[in-house]
Ligand binder design. Sequence first.
Ligand code: HAM
Length: 426
Amino acid sequence: MTALEEKVTPFAAPKGIPEYYPPESAGFAHVRATLEAAADRAGYGLLELPVFEDTALYARGVGESTDVVSKEMYTFADRGDRSVTLRPEGTAGVVRAVIEHGLDRHGLPVKLRYSGPFFRYERPQAGRYRQLQQVGVEAIGVDDPALDAEVIAIADEGFRALGLTGYRLEITSLGDAECRPEYGRLLREFLAGLPLDEPTRARAQLNPLRVLDDKRPEVREFLTGAPLLIDHLSAASAEHHAAVKQHLDDLGVPYVENPRMVRGLDYYTKTTFEFVHDGLGAQSGIGGGGRYDGLMATLGGQPLSGVGFGLGVDRTLLACRAEGVAPWSEARCEVFGVPLGDAAKRRLVVLAAQLRRAGVRVDLAYGGRGLKGAMKAADRSGARLALVLGERDLDAGTIGVKDLATGEQQSVPLDAVVDTVVAALA
Ligand code: HAM
């Protein structure tokens, strides 16, 4: 058998990765752009982060005891034998970039946004992917509750701009360096009195907060009487929390307190929050974030605080589907050119370029199809208008402009068609 005859089994994308292709990818692009625009309007500048970094950055920044670091990282040795990891989240990378480039030396807070794919080796299911897409923001260097509220309000604004209503904001406070050790002691003491299995006991010693996140019903039952951090906040944390809530009230952003919220990353202090959508089943978090007062110092920078969020673009798109909102168009173009014959094609190719220059989205029938095939392609493209050009039109210096919704067609002088089309689409 020669190489040409060899039968090739088609390849499949790796498991757990949502691919977006037309026409649905228009929804994905719209969701991402809407969330990015909300951050942009609040002065967050774009940071284009590397997709992989030194493994130690995540181990140190996100926390060794988290599932994200201990079980879910895509880690490998590169050809220079360095251990690198596909980014599982964005905050550690942003803080690394702020420190490395001294972005915290010129006026605070440093306000940055980012978006793109992140990678977690999770068990794939609806809404839980191994390549997930986030739009994130981080505001670093100012410990002001108004900034926490701003970050939360940007996310709320982004979701609302998409037309979403079926979500709720849950918030709590994870306290600070003053109250956390004492609370950790209380919680460890409480957990030590429970008949827990050995791995859970070990976890309780390493990071007791994480045990509160145990999903097993029998463990949950034991945990009903667990002490809650919100009842043991330091004066400074309690004051900060009250101020954040006051700002949210002022802004008209509704929230519910969830004192049992456990985030999957270890860097959080004080304000933490999640946006939860009811239409998504088990993977209901469409975004989450909070304050991280120790992360800059942990990663070798100045002891500055930070606050931010990561919004899940994939899940937000699923939420739009669940609510039946789709404030975007799946049309590939607005105008579709139908040339009948070679001379007409030469003219339409130029006309398409002129229309595109005038800001109109245009596609053409290629490959010498007949009228019927070309009109079918025009319908499939989602265009509002078809431009039909035949030899006779060319001789007369006119072109047919057909409204694809009503079927009405009018003949327009060729040298006026750009203006006619622009006006018809306005
Ligand atoms: P996170 O809660 O791990 O936070 O992720 C943020 C959002 O990403 C989640 O709410 C969810 O919508 C989406 N997401 C996470 N994992 C998956 C997955 N496997 N499949 C689909 N979507 C997923 C962070 O990543 C923090 N860096 C957020 C942050 C920024 N905190 C402070 N600043």
